[in-house]
Design a protein around this ligand. Sequence first.
Ligand code: NAD
Ligand code: GLY
Length: 360
Amino acid sequence: MSSLQVSLGDRSYPIHIGRGLLDDETLFSPYVQAGKVVVVTNETVAPLFLAALSSTLQRLGVSILPVVVPDGERFKTWETLNTIFDSLLRAHCERKTPLIAMGGGVVGDMGGFAAACYQRGMPFIQIPTTLLSLVDSSVGGKTAINHPLGKNMIGAFYQPQVVLADIGLLDTLPDREFKAGLAEVIKYGLIRDYDFLLWLERNIDRLLARETEAVIYAVRRSCANKAEVVAADEREGGVRASLNLGHTFGHAIETGLGYGEWLHGEAVASGTMIAARLSMRLGWLSSEDVERIRVLFVKAGLPVMAPSLGAARYLELMRHDKKVEGGRLRLVLLRGIGQAVLSNQVQDCDIEAAIVDSCT
Ligand code: NAD
Ligand code: GLY
């Protein structure tokens, strides 16, 4: 096992990365006392890992209150969140009762938001179970639910006390979900870590084969990148926005098609291709660079063309994004591979042209 720190003053926390962490009660003991912990999970993950977590916690004299929500992005809603609150209230959970979110990004975001809200905040632990949640969503404290008009629109910044990144949990993850997680891994290489991008170009086959050493390296390097960015800009006043490369377009795809139709990582990959083609149109990225990005996504088994919603519909959906400031779209673009830039000066006609170039 290795550990990283997210440095946020008195809200700093460790990310432990390795195999078999779910069975190691010493990793839980600093955060749970004898009594009860809430475990928010979903109906797919619960049968896989709830028993193991329960027996680990039993060794600490802790019993669990499982709160099992339906599986899927379309259930990342106010209604599901409310059922979590119903369970917490019925079980008389207190402000100090810890809440563990065990699942992918949907469970982590929604469980985290429940923890942030219930009695104005209860201790929160992340056990990510998808590649995407291991490398991105479990770190950094963004919690949210979707609204029919926009993704992740209702939420809070609320940091966990610890992230237990057990890559053994990925053994049951379907290939499509694993590949979706690679979109966020590749993102770190594109926005700020050129050496990592080079490593990814050389090792993508090892990752797809899920070689333990390669997966641990990619998870650790991704989490290190994320931890650095979050420590520098927790509330996204500046550099943290770069983590949203491809996301403004991607969120439009997810909302426009209906939540769950495309996986988040798939939408991010094709959204990143729109951002890359737009960067090329602005003279910031060469056609060779765009091709290099496209080839890496293709090798990772991710879509590089976006669904045809119509450019006007994309723009309409994107205007609901959290990156809109003073009515202007703020886009994450690339000034070369490994260097993200933010711009609110891009003309609609250029955005539309990049969308048209990128749609099937
Ligand atoms: P997800 O949570 O929907 O999980 C994907 C699927 O895999 C689900 O069906 C889930 O039940 C299943 N699953 C989870 N773990 C499994 C396992 N070990 N074995 C078998 N099946 C398993 O999707 P995701 O890609 O993990 O997360 C996407 C969500 O994360 C989106 O809602 C997105 O907005 C959010 N997100 C948040 C942040 C953040 O910073 N908070 C960052 C990126 C993405
Ligand atoms: N996934 C974007 C962020 O954490 O800021």
